[in-house]
Design a protein around this ligand. Sequence first.
Ligand SMILES: *Cc1c(COP(=O)(O)O)cnc(C)c1O
Length: 367
Amino acid sequence: MTFNKVLDDVKIYEAGKPIELVVREYGVNPEDIIKLASNENPYGTSPKVVKRLTEVSSSAFVYPDDSMYELKDALASKFEVDSNNIIIGAGSDQVIEFCVHAKCNSNSNILMAKTTFAMYEIYGRQTGANILKTPSDEHNLNEFRKIYKDKGADLIFLCLPNNPLGECLDAKDVYDFLDEIDENTLVVLDGAYQEFARYKDGAKAINASDVTSKYPNVIYLGTFSKAYALGGMRVGYGIANPMIINSLYKLRPPFNITTLTLAGAIEALKDEEFVNECIVKNFVQMKRYEEFAVKQGFKYIPSFTNFITMYLGDFVSKEIAQKLLEKGVIVRDMTGYGFNAIRITIGRAEQNTKVFEILEKILEEIK
Ligand SMILES: *Cc1c(COP(=O)(O)O)cnc(C)c1O
């Protein structure tokens, strides 16, 4: 059977390995598994949100409120925008998909950093669009400018901070860049880790309200999957000028998030205290990873997120990631990105202590 030709160039997204797989393949007890591969919130879902989810579970038979009025209203007050500036997706992933399909076809150019969130390219190639990447792995706006000037772009992705590397552009530099971009080019500011970045360094904080009122061609994306600890519920959002939002709405399937998801997200926004505590702990624990790297003589990328990418020097990252997996520690090997490095989500204190112990032992054995 033949399929749409564009699919020939589409790679299948490889998600972080699930706990179930490690139990099955390596016989590790589920309680002993340390899953630090998908940048989930290691402190779990807020107890208030769990309680709310339990309460609404008996409403699972009812279709969700497709207007998503209450959630949009809560997001609108948080970000100081109007409800008609907001679209909700099944993860911000789905909003990325809407953006790509709303803007691109096989004649389009999509511009992104060389090493960034894999889904930008995957959705892009689904449309047959041309993918343009900067020479540098990390975001370098002068390289974006040069390619934009030479080749043009219909869609530009900036990941602020960047997954899987962890670096983050300053908001001011982003705004200067936006000033130079044509109104017919859609710019996606992916803020999946903005909560972490703005806590660590105010200069990284993107103001979604300012951006969307000043730039009619920019969309800001946020998610509940990382700091808000709702990865399993699949919910994210886009904030933009209503003209963009209306176009994206044409691509939205009805009831694209669930009744439980809606209730969980609304409750999560009420429990900011929980989120803030998690972010504080994240950076306390990140220090330990930095110290561990220094002690081992490993380089790492200073991170504005809830993960850290660490180069492994003379060790082979693929081998180390595999050995960690066999011991029940799930991390991301970066070989596929052309890096001899691993990306580790910053876990809870006791998880990190175990990771250091296990990793030290593995390194000692191989040496
Ligand atoms: C996790 C992530 C997302 C979206 O995740 P969803 O679970 O689909 O909301 C988007 N962009 C980046 C860079 C991410 O790391």
